[in-house]
Design a protein around this ligand. Sequence first.
Ligand code: ZN
Length: 177
Amino acid sequence: MSIRDIVLAGTPQLRQIAKSVNSQWFGTNDAISLIAELFDTMKARNGVGLAAPQIGVSLRVIVYGFQINSRYPDQDPVPLTLMVNPTIIEASKDVVYLYEGCLSLPEVRGLVPRHEWLEVQAQNEKGQLFQKRYQGFEARIIQHEIDHLDGKIYPERMDNMRTLGITSALKEAGLIR
Ligand code: ZN
């Protein structure tokens, strides 16, 4: 297991635009260890997704997925997925709201609008392109992680800052589980 520290909000690194990965990167030791570190760190920290800038690597690489997650107990399993250079091709006009958190902003949640579905193109660990439509919680995670690649964090996506709260207090109030 190779677990890395999470870069917290306030660190300038988290605000950088991450660089695209070039074709020479795939299959290198750097690539293999970054991918392992992302999955290992996400699982160790109980995350549902993680972007490379969150472990201090300014590259357009994200991972996500879980079977059961105690931070989001109401969500169905999402397959473990790696996306390199993900691009949103199309997104729904309709948005959905959910209390969202972030490993880079511990103990805080806020109600964040996200596209209900989106069509994404990305590369896998071999550099092969794939394109797929995602919806629901999986689509939300992808939007959250792609935002990290662009130096954005979820409070910037909120349209009602009054919903921002401390996780334990929101649970106490019955607003999240
Ligand atoms: Zn995050």
